[in-house]
Ligand binder design. Structure first.
Ligand code: CTP
Length: 402
């Protein structure tokens, strides 16, 4: 379970931090809260302790601790640190290296992503000293979550409100995970290359690294899906919580996919499946003979995606991939139709930084109702965009908004 460290400082918006702590907890994170002494004028630590199940830490010199230096252990364990609401005071302290209480000493030791959500009176927020401090924090890699505009507690109208809790959680999830919008969905992903045996020592394969399929499996698992990854030979480790089934050839991959066809909600065919295989596999190693060059006769393999597409139900969702060197969009659109899929992720082998081996990719989503070009991103980031599209398509079908 990932750890969120929430630092609450003295601002009237501190009461909203209770919902924030609860929201991160509901999203599946362990939440530790540190409050400054001034925050305790606005909200009671017991509220956070009840909501998070963890001690709410306030005083660096608290005697009631496990034998660990508490601010360091909390800082080390954190996968995300969010200061919300962040007062002008804490912003100033961090920006100027002041560490004189539990909150400021902990932040100083944190190495994970740090998000600051300022909330204060507009005049304070616009004060050039506060603005300079925020600029400085940005330059050190802190992310500043812009405050919202509106009627402030002091009666002024302007910028300085803490943004809605859902937005803050979304900002946090961008760094450490995702809302569980695929909870309970059974996702099957094919990944990597297949290898087609010629004889006991030789086979025909391709350059697929499996990175795209593994990134998709990781993304789906993060969003709460049950993921089966039917994988050809790769050096990659299965993402945590994913059920990996290792296969060698196209026919083994087909068998593992067909077995699970009825029990799958979403299929993603990211594998580079061989289109041809040797018509006969030699039982013994083919030896070279003087003056003879052996000829290998090939035959077609089963098209796994097309076979699943033929027998699909309306409720199932099918996403395929197309890797082309020419006429990317037209060829991918033809595959969408022929294979009865809902979406094809088209990538061109001609794009730099895209394709088999790289960690990045450039993808255009091809669907019946139009195409959408995704930005050039890492395969893991693209995976989330692909699932955003799928989740939205499925919720439109069922009329349920996600
Ligand atoms: N696919 C599959 N089974 C196969 C071949 C391909 O499931 N035997 C899937 C791939 O995983 C991918 C999509 O089909 O999702 C690719 O379609 P395909 O027509 O095979 O693309 P190419 O191999 O590029 O085909 P062509 O050589 O005709 O361009």
């Amino acid at each position: 379970m990932k750890n969120v460290l929430l630092i609450v400082t003295g601002s009237i918006a501190a009461y909203k931090a209770a919902d924030l702590a609860h929201g991160f907890r509901k999203a599946g994170f362990n939440v530790n809260v540190i409050m400054t002494r001034n925050a305790a004028f606005f909200i009671n630590p017991i509220t956070f302790e009840t909501l998070t199940g963890n001690k709410c830490v306030m005083d660096t010199f608290d005697r009631d601790f496990d034998f660990e230096v508490e601010h360091i252990s909390l800082a080390k364990a954190a996968d995300l640190c969010m200061v919300a609401p962040a007062s002008a005071d804490i912003i100033g302290k961090i920006a100027n290296g002041i560490a004189d209480d539990m909150a400021s000493t902990t932040i100083m030791a944190v190495k994970c992503p740090k998000l600051i959500a300022p909330a204060m009176n507009t005049a304070m927020y616009e004060n050039p000293i506060v603005q300079d401090n925020m600029k400085k924090l940005k330059s050190y890699g802190y992310e500043i979550i812009e405050p919202a505009r509106g009627l402030l507690a002091c009666g002024d109208e302007g910028k300085g409100k803490l943004p809605p809790v859902e937005e803050l959680i979304e900002c946090g999830l961008r760094h450490i995970g995702h809302i569980k919008d695929m909870a309970g969905k059974r996702v099957l992903i094919t990944a990597g290359p297949t290898a087609e045996r010629i004889d006991p020592v030789r086979f025909i394969t391709n350059h697929s690294s499996g990175k795209m399929g593994y990134a998709l499996a990781d993304a789906a698992a993060d969003r709460g899906a049950y993921v089966t990854l039917v994988s050809g030979r790769t050096a990659l480790k299965a993402p945590l919580g994913v059920d990996r089934v290792d296969v060698f050839s196209a026919s083994e991959m087909a068998e593992e996919v067909f077995k699970r066809q009825k029990d799958t909600d979403i299929f993603i065919f990211a594998a580079a499946v061989a289109d041809f295989r040797p018509a006969e596999i030699s039982k013994s190693k083919i030896k070279k003979k003087d003056g003879e060059t052996p000829v290998i006769h090939l035959e077609r393999t089963v098209d796994i995606l097309e076979t699943v597409g033929l027998k699909r139900t309306e409720k199932q969702y099918i996403c395929g991939f197309a890797m082309e060197t020419e006429d990317l969009i037209e060829n991918a659109a033809k595959k969408l139709k022929k294979k009865n899929a809902d979406m094809i992720c088209a990538n061109s082998l001609r794009d730099e930084g895209a394709g088999f081996i790289s960690d990045t990719n450039r993808i255009t989503l091809i669907k019946k109702d139009g195409n959408r070009e995704l930005p050039f991103l890492s395969k893991r980031e693209l995976s989330d965009l692909i699932f955003d599209e799928i989740v939205s398509d499925i919720s439109q079908r069922t009329g349920v908004s996600s």
